[in-house]
Design a protein around this ligand. Structure first.
Ligand code: FE
Length: 185
């Protein structure tokens, strides 16, 4: 698929499927992903990290499991589904932070008690399905592995991208960031 078509396909998925609820949060999935990208921009992230932030929950748009899966005790593994699709087109600097964004949450819950305490109710529910806080061995492996720092940054933008009614730039504003994150051909 040509690169321009990839971005069009992503925008179409946002428009066609992004209006679904982000379960338990006061924003839709598309609003949540746009707010996460805006938080990255406001934090001075480079365009490739902004692309990762925008796409971090893309797996929720491409899988076919119902949005209330967490409340039914099902972990949809959306981070793997999203990364597996996106890595066909985008560099690891886009896909690896988002692949790790759930692990980053489990990591932060282990190393920052105040982080765990501040999780939203929905995020606390999904944490249990995702395996709970990291074990000490998982903490060490996360810190030693690649893209851990980027995944933690992404996670913090993710956590603030849940504000009802917050205005964001439109999808088209992020086209250059997405283009910056495409694999070299
Ligand atoms: Fe998210």
């Amino acid at each position: 698929m040509p690169d321009g078509d990839v971005i069009e396909e992503i925008f179409a998925a946002f428009r066609e499927r992004g209006a679904t609820a982000y379960l338990g949060e006061p924003v839709s999935l598309a609003e949540h992903m746009l707010q996460t990208a805006l938080a990255a921009e406001n934090d001075g992230a480079d365009p490739v990290m902004v692309a990762s932030a925008l796409l971090h929950d893309y797996g929720h748009l491409v899988h076919d499991l119902p949005e209330d899966s967490a409340s039914n005790g099902v972990d949809t593994l959306h981070e793997e589904a999203g990364a597996a699709w996106l890595e066909l087109h985008f560099t690891p600097r886009v896909t690896e932070p988002l692949r790790l964004h759930v692990l980053a949450k489990r990591y932060l819950c282990a190393v920052e008690p105040e982080y765990l305490a501040a999780l939203s109710p929905a995020s606390r529910l999904s944490l249990q399905l995702q395996g709970g806080p990291c074990s000490p061995a998982e903490v060490a492996a996360f810190e030693a592995g690649p893209f851990g720092v980027e995944a933690v940054r992404l996670r913090r933008w993710d956590d603030v991208g849940k504000i009802a009614g917050l205005a964001t730039p439109p999808l088209e504003h992020y086209r250059p960031a997405l283009e910056a994150g495409l694999r070299a051909r």
